[in-house]
Design a protein around this ligand. Structure first.
Ligand code: NG6
Ligand code: CA
Length: 508
């Protein structure tokens, strides 16, 4: 009896224990399947396909960018949606082709917000999934509704389209206002020195790059001859806000600090950070720690500076114990340019470096180098290192992240390549519309169709082939990556079918 009783007790204990451990492991399963990864998009400004050493071109060494590419998935056919900044950023945020929005052009610093308040955006979507969201760095998607008073809270802006926290420059480093805004408020602004901005005319008595060359530390080549800030002539006129003006050489460190602070603050809950770096866009102003380091002049130096920042940022994730729970997407908003309006030795000191890699064209161009950019996904322990030739566009990021985080929201133009992002599938886009300064071209499979466009073949100021031609152009990238052989005439059938597919998406 005693024996029986003790056996019975043992049995009951076993049953209870098993049930308990089953419940426990079910709970753990649930927890791991609902645990959402942090998401960081590191977005460069004008970094070319060949500017990153992991892409096997050029002579610049970018060890921290390479760390992401070599430890994650390196995409060889990853595209920005446009060959310029504002349209690319708009498309990235909304998953919508930029040519659907007639205002998606390179914006002045006074342009109204480009993203509609009702539009779906990555941060809005992720917010609903429980994410803390932030943007740090270059915005350039417009602010306000047309009449911005920079001395009041500027809105609508990033905080009105899904970002809980924003620390941004309004437009570009070469455009006024040359100040930082935190959650819509200009930082360091003194009430007795208000800011006035105009893109039409100068304010009385204010020096300009055009009229006061003696005040310049950087010379302008084309454009960039309006207000002078820190010895650098800019686009647009600005008066006041002396104490609020940024120090160009400190910008990289400044944004890095803000990005790190956000990660440290939000480490205990899922977060999304859009870390939009300003390099290597003009004016190129490396911190003295990096000046002269590349031997390629300021353009090379600021790429090394950005690379260092990425290393520091990744170290922050590691120190916070977040590396294995964070998906990092690294890319660039458009292709490379050397002389983008200042004399800064980018051309003279280039040496053997090839910012476009094996591709034709560059920033502003419908040729490949305009939009094909470095594109990397990194997630320690989840993404096995590898290379993928799947064709992806940045408009696919929204839908892929939605799928990954359990959201059922989708943009109409984007596709879900979450498995490809994680290296678990080779599936990519079948076709893609490319955009450059409101012109469009069409890629399907290995073929690219560029319709006839008026306008110069080469933008002489920046010395980049734009893709304009009076005739149709048709290239087979599988045999001719550098787009040297126009096959339009000898392949009328291919041309016809490409054109029909293009028109079906793009409209007449
Ligand atoms: C161009 C600027 C160029 C750059 C570009 C925007 C001139 C002559 N050129 O208009 O320097 O600022 O706009 O670049 O003003 S982007 O990467 O933000 O699209
Ligand atoms: Ca850009």
């Amino acid at each position: 009896m005693i024996r029986f009783r003790s056996e019975f007790v043992l049995l009951v204990a076993c049953v209870l224990l098993t049930t308990y451990s089953c419940q426990q492991s079910a709970k753990e399963d649930e927890a791991s399947s609902t645990q959402k990864p942090n998401i960081v998009i590191i977005y460069m400004d004008d970094l070319g396909y060949g500017d990153m050493s992991a892409y096997g071109a050029g002579t610049l060494e970018t060890p921290n960018m390479d760390f992401l590419a070599n430890g994650g998935m390196k995409f060889t056919k990853g595209y920005a949606s446009s060959a310029t900044c504002s349209p690319s950023r708009y498309a990235l945020m909304t998953g919508t082709y930029p040519w659907r929005n007639k205002d998606a052009k390179i914006l002045p610093g006074t342009a109204p917000l480009l993203i509609g308040l009702n539009e779906l955006t990555i941060p809005k979507m992720l917010k609903k999934q429980g994410y803390a969201t932030a943007v740090v760095g270059k915005w350039h998607m417009g602010l306000g509704e047309g009449q911005v008073d920079w001395n009041e809270r500027v809105s609508p802006g990033p905080n009105e389209v899904g970002f809980d926290y924003s620390y941004i420059m309004a437009a570009t480093q070469d455009r006024v206002p040359t100040v930082y805004l935190e959650n819509g408020l200009v930082q360091g602004l003194e009430p007795d020195d208000p800011i006035s901005i105009s893109y039409q005319e100068n304010f009385e008595g204010e020096p300009t790059g055009k009229d006061n060359p003696e005040m310049l530390t950087m010379k302008w080549h084309h454009g960039h001859n309006n207000s002078i800030v820190n010895g650098i002539p800019r686009i647009g006129f600005m008066k006041g806000g002396e104490k609020a003006k940024w120090v160009d050489e400190e910008m990289a460190d400044h944004f890095l600090e803000k990005a790190k602070a956000f990660v440290q603050e939000e480490r205990d809950e899922p977060f999304f950070l859009f870390y939009a770096m300003q390099q290597p866009h003009v004016p190129r102003t490396p911190h003295p720690r990096f000046a002269g380091k590349s031997g390629m002049g300021p353009r090379g130096d600021v790429i090394l500076e950005a690379d260092w920042c990425i290393g520091q940022f990744m170290q922050t994730l590691e120190d916070a114990g977040l590396l294995e729970n964070t998906l990092v997407i690294f890319s660039s908003d458009n292709g490379p340019v050397l002389n983008d309006g200042y004399y800064d030795d980018a051309v003279e000191k280039l040496g053997d470096h090839t910012p476009s890699g094996p591709l034709r064209g560059g920033k502003y161009s419908l040729f490949e180098a305009g939009t094909r950019v470095p594109f990397v996904t990194y997630w320690k322990g989840t993404i096995q290192p590898g290379q993928s030739d799947a064709m992806l566009s940045q408009i696919d990021i929204l839908n892929s992240l939605a799928s990954l985080t359990g959201s059922d929201e989708r943009s109409a133009d984007g596709q879900d390549f979450s498995k490809t992002f994680l290296g678990k599938s080779d599936e990519g886009r079948e076709s893609l519309v490319l955009e450059a300064t409101t012109r469009t071209a069409f890629r399907k499979g290995d073929w690219v169709l560029i319709p006839p466009y008026k306008g110069p073949a080469v933008n002489a100021n920046v010395d980049i082939e734009l893709g304009n031609d009076p005739d149709f152009q048709l290239y087979d990238l599988s045999k001719d990556l550098a787009q040297q052989q126009n096959l339009a005439e000898e392949n009328p059938d291919k041309l016809k079918s490409m054109l029909a597919d293009f028109v079906a998406i793009r409209g007449e």
